[in-house]
Ligand binder design. Structure first.
Ligand code: CA
Length: 763
C-alpha cells in the first residue's frame, strides 16, 4: 500500500496543518528553563527532548530574547527575526518564530554529532548575548502530538486523510482500522536524499527520503513503513506513512514509536477493528497463453485518496484488503496492455476480479523451406549439412517432433498454412498441373496476411508464391502489402529473367542478378529494416532446397568432403538458406527486436531424395505421399523473452496451426474461429494448457490417398491398400496392423469417414 506522491503534496489537511504550525511557530509553555539569565536550552520542537538532529525543527528557551513576538512571513525562512540571529555550531539557523522567551528554529544542516555551541545575537548585537550548548545527534525522532507534550495522541492522518484521533480530539477525527494506513508527523529525520538547503521547503519531486532505516512500532508490532522523508512544502517536517499491522489490538491509545538512530517517546494512535474493510481478490492471466501471470501490479485507487498496490504471486493470485468504497482497479505487467476496471468493495466481503491482460503484439516471421526432409537439419540429426542458424530457432524456442503439413506437395500445403483450414474444404487439394496458369487459392478464403494486415501489421511475401498467377490471386490481392519473388512452383537460382517465370517486385518484373536464395534473404533484411518501428508480418517462402540443383562456388566450397555432386549442391543450397535465416535473425538483433518477434520455421512437404538427395529418416515415403516421409516435417518456433527455450514438444501439430498462433499473438489474446482447423499453439508451448492441440489429424490427396492420425495410430490408404500403423512403435510404417487389429482399423475408418463427409468429393 502507499499514498501516491501526487496526493502526498496535498495531504496536510487544514486541521493537522494548524496543529503543526502551532508547534513550529508559536510559544509553548514548557517545563524547560534556562539555568541563568544569559544561558539558553535547545530541544526537539515535537518531543522537547534535548537531542536535536541537523535540519530538524527545534525550540530554544531563554529569557529576554526580544521585546516582541515575530513570526516568519514566508519561505525560505529568514535568518534574522525581531532583531535576533542564532548560530549553532557556528552556522546560522533559519528562524520560524521569535518571542521574549522562546525561539523556534531549524537546526542548521551539517553540524557533527556531539556538543555544539549555541550563540544568540539579540537586538542586532554583533556579540553573543546568550550562549549555551546543543546536544546534536545524526537523527533524533520526535513525533508531534496534539497536546504539545510530546506524548499522548500523535498528530497523524488516516488513509483517507481524515485526522486520526478519538471523536472530539480534533474536528472530524476518527480511529483508523487495523491494516489501514496512517501518516505520522515528526522532526529529527537527519540526512535526506536529496539534501534540502536550510530554510527551504522540501521538494515534491523528487521526494526527499530519509537516509538510513526508519522503523515504526505500533501496538508493540513492527508496522510496514511505506514512506519516510520530508513532507513536501514544509521546512524540516518529517512525514512517515505506515501500514498498521493487521492483527492489532484496537483501542484509542495504541502505542506508536519511531526509531531512527534513537527511539522516540511513546505516543498513541486511535485504532479500531476492521469492520469497514473489504477485500478485492482474483487471478490475473496472460490473455495469449491463458497462463497465470506472476508479479503483475494490481492497484486500487479511490477518488477520496485511498490507494493500495499489491503484486500477484507465482500463481497469478492477488488479494488486497481495503476500506469499503468505490475504486478503480488497474492491473499492469511489463509486456502487456494494462486493464482498468471500476470495482465496489463492500465491508466484510470479497469482490472477485479475474482479469486477463493482452500480450503486447510481436512481429511475426514465417519461414517455409521447400522440399526439405525431416532429417536434413543439424538439429534434426544431420551431420553432413550443418544449419546453425535454423537450428538456433529450436535452441531458442521449441522444436516439434510430431509436426505435419496438410498436404504432401507444395501448393495445397501452402494453401492450408495460409488459410488455417484443410485445403480440401475449398477444393484446393492437388498441385495445379504444370501448364495450368488459371487456377489459384480461391478468393473466398481469408489468408493469414489478410488477418495480420487488419490487425495493423505491415505484411510482405518474399519468395515462391505458387497460389495462382491471374491478378485476383496475386499476393497483393491476398493481404500482402509487398511481394518479391516468383509466381509458379519452381525457379532457377541463377537464370532470373525468364519470360514465363519472371521475378517480380510487386507487380513489376525486375532484373535480378543475385543467387536467388541470397536475393530473398536480402529482401527479407530490407523489409525488416524498413518496418522496424511497427509490427510486421513476413512470409519468407524460400524455394530452397527444391530443384533445380544450383549453387554458387562460395556455398559449394563449404563442403569439400561431399563427393556426390548432387548431394554437394543440395548441401550448398541448404547452407545458403541457413545463411539467410542467420541474416534475418541478425537484422532482428541489430534493431533489438528478437525478444519481441515470433519466428516459425517449417518445410512445406517432405523431402524428395531422388531429385534433391533430401533425407526423411527415420520415415518411409517422400514428397507426394501420405506416408510420414511426405508430410511429417521439421517444425520449430521461437519467441525469445516469452516462450521457453530449448524445449522439444512431441504433441502432434499441423501447419494449419500457424495462422491461429500468429493471429492470437497479434491480438495478444487467444483467438479462435470455428471455420479454422488449426489451433493457437502458444498455450500448449507455455504449459498453460496440458492437453493436446490435436487428438485427430487428417489428410486426403485426390482419390488415391488418404490418412488419419488418432493418438499414436495412423490409418493410411495408399497404393490401393488400407493400412494401420502404430507410430509409437513403428515410425517407419513397416508393419501393417490392419488385419491383426480390425477393431482399431474400424475405429479410425469411422473417424476418417466422419471428417471426409464434410468435404467436397475428392478430385
Ligand atoms: Ca515443396
Amino acid at each position: 500500500m502507499n499514498i501516491n506522491s501526487a496526493k502526498r503534496t496535498l495531504l496536510i489537511v487544514s486541521i493537522v496543518a494548524a496543529v503543526l504550525l502551532m508547534a513550529m511557530s508559536s510559544p509553548v509553555r514548557k517545563d524547560v528553563t534556562a539555568q541563568q539569565n544569559s544561558s539558553v536550552a535547545l530541544v526537539n520542537a515535537a518531543s522537547y527532548e534535548t537531542a536535536v538532529a541537523p535540519g530538524s525543527i527545534a525550540a530554544l528557551f531563554g529569557n529576554g530574547f526580544s521585546t516582541q513576538i515575530q513570526i516568519a512571513s514566508g519561505l525560505p525562512l529568514p535568518t534574522s527575526l525581531a532583531g535576533v540571529t542564532v548560530k549553532i555550531g557556528g552556522k546560522t539557523a533559519p528562524l520560524f518564530f521569535v518571542s521574549p522567551s522562546q525561539i523556534n528554529l531549524q537546526v542548521p544542516s551539517g553540524i557533527p554529532s556531539g556538543s555544539a555551541t549555541i550563540e544568540v545575537f539579540a537586538n542586532n548585537s554583533t556579540n553573543a548575548t546568550f550562549t549555551g550548548t546543543a546536544v546534536v545527534a545524526e537523527a533524533s525522532p520526535g513525533l508531534f502530538t496534539i497536546n504539545a507534550s510530546g506524548r499522548g495522541q500523535a498528530v497523524a492522518l488516516n488513509g483517507d486523510l481524515t485526522p486520526n484521533g478519538t471523536a472530539g480530539q480534533l474536528p472530524n477525527a476518527r480511529a483508523e482500522s487495523a491494516g489501514g494506513i496512517v501518516i505520522l508527523f515528526a522532526t529529527g529525520i537527519g540526512t535526506t536524499s536529496p539534501a534540502v538547503a536550510d530554510g527551504q521547503s522540501a521538494p515534491a519531486s523528487p521526494l526527499a527520503n530519509g537516509v538510513g532505516e526508519t522503523t515504526v512500532s505500533i501496538g508493540g508490532q513492527n508496522a510496514q513503513v511505506l514512506f519516510s522523508g520530508l513532507s513536501p512544502g514544509f521546512v524540516g517536517l518529517w512525514q512517515i506513512n505506515v501500514q498498521l499491522p493487521d492483527s492489532l489490538p484496537t483501542n484509542a491509545a495504541t502505542s506508536a514509536r519511531v526509531t531512527k538512530g534513537r527511539i522516540s517517546l511513546e505516543t498513541t494512535l486511535a485504532v479500531t477493528g476492521r469492520t469497514d474493510l473489504g477485500t478485492v481478490a482474483g487471478i490475473i492471466t496472460d490473455g495469449l497463453s491463458g497462463g497465470r501471470l506472476a508479479n503483475a501490479t494490481v492497484t486500487l485507487n479511490s477518488t477520496g485518496g485511498v490507494s493500495a498496490t499489491t503484486k500477484t504471486n507465482s500463481q497469478g493470485e492477488f488479494s488486497q484488503s481495503i476500506r469499503a468504497g468505490n475504486y478503480t482497479l488497474q492491473v499492469s505487467a511489463t509486456g502487456y496492455a494494462a486493464e482498468t476496471k471500476a470495482v465496489t468493495v463492500a465491508a466484510n466481503s470479497t469482490n472477485t476480479q479475474n482479469l486477463s491482460l493482452a500480450k503486447q503484439k510481436p512481429n511475426v516471421i514465417v519461414i517455409v523451406a521447400d522440399d526439405l526432409g525431416y532429417a536434413d537439419l543439424g538439429i534434426q540429426g544431420s551431420t553432413e549439412v550443418l544449419t546453425p542458424n535454423i537450428d538456433s530457432i529450436a535452441r531458442n524456442g521449441v522444436r516439434f517432433t510430431n509436426a505435419y503439413v496438410s498436404a504432401p506437395v507444395c501448393s495445397p500445403s501452402r494453401a492450408g498454412f495460409l488459410t488455417g483450414r484443410y485445403q480440401q474444404r475449398f477444393g484446393y487439394e492437388l498441385n495445379p498441373d504444370a501448364g495450368d496458369r488459371t487456377s489459384g487459392l480461391p478468393v473466398s478464403e481469408t489468408t493469414i496476411a489478410n488477418r495480420m494486415k487488419s490487425l495493423g501489421y505491415a505484411t510482405s511475401a518474399i519468395g515462391k508464391w505458387h497460389m495462382g498467377i491471374p491478378s485476383q490471386f496475386l499476393p497483393q490481392q491476398r493481404g500482402f502489402d509487398e511481394f518479391f519473388g516468383f509466381l509458379i512452383g519452381m525457379h532457377s537460382y541463377t537464370v532470373w529473367n525468364q519470360p514465363n517465370n519472371p521475378i517480380y517486385r510487386g507487380t513489376q518484373t525486375v532484373t535480378e542478378t543475385t543467387y536467388l536464395t541470397d536475393a530473398f534473404s536480402r529482401e527479407a533484411e530490407d523489409f525488416i529494416q524498413r518496418n522496424r518501428q511497427q509490427p510486421f508480418f513476413l512470409y519468407l517462402a524460400a524455394n530452397a532446397p527444391h530443384d533445380p540443383m544450383q549453387a554458387t562456388d562460395e556455398y559449394l566450397a563449404r563442403f569439400p568432403n561431399i563427393s556426390d555432386p548432387t548431394r554437394k549442391t543440395f548441401a550448398a543450397m541448404l547452407s545458403a538458406l541457413d545463411d539467410g535465416v542467420g541474416k534475418v535473425l541478425a537484422k532482428l538483433r541489430e534493431h533489438n527486436l528478437e525478444e519481441n518477434t515470433l519466428i516459425i520455421f517449417f518445410s512445406d512437404n517432405g523431402g524428395i531424395p531422388r531429385t534433391n538427395t533430401s533425407l526423411n529418416t527415420p520415415f518411409s515415403g517422400q514428397k507426394d505421399q501420405l506416408l510420414e516421409g511426405g508430410i511429417h516435417v521439421p517444425f520449430m518456433m521461437q519467441w525469445k523473452g516469452y516462450l521457453p527455450a530449448g524445449v522439444v514438444n512431441s504433441a502432434p501439430i499441423i501447419s494449419l496451426d500457424v495462422l491461429p498462433t500468429a493471429v492470437s499473438a497479434a491480438m495478444g489474446r487467444k483467438f479462435s474461429d470455428s471455420s479454422l482447423d488449426g489451433v493457437n499453439l502458444i498455450p500448449f508451448v507455455s504449459g498453460a494448457d496440458i492437453t493436446l492441440p490435436h487428438t485427430q489429424l487428417f489428410w486426403r490427396s485426390g482419390t488415391t490417398q488418404y490418412a488419419a492420425r488418432v493418438g499414436d495410430w495412423k490409418l493410411l490408404f495408399f497404393q490401393n491398400s488400407t493400412r494401420l500403423y502404430n507410430l509409437a512403435t513403428d515410425q517407419s510404417e513397416s508393419t501393417n496392423l490392419a488385419t491383426s487389429n480390425p477393431t482399431k482399423l474400424a475405429e479410425l475408418q469411422a473417424i476418417y469417414q466422419s471428417w471426409n463427409s464434410q468435404l467436397p468429393p475428392a478430385p
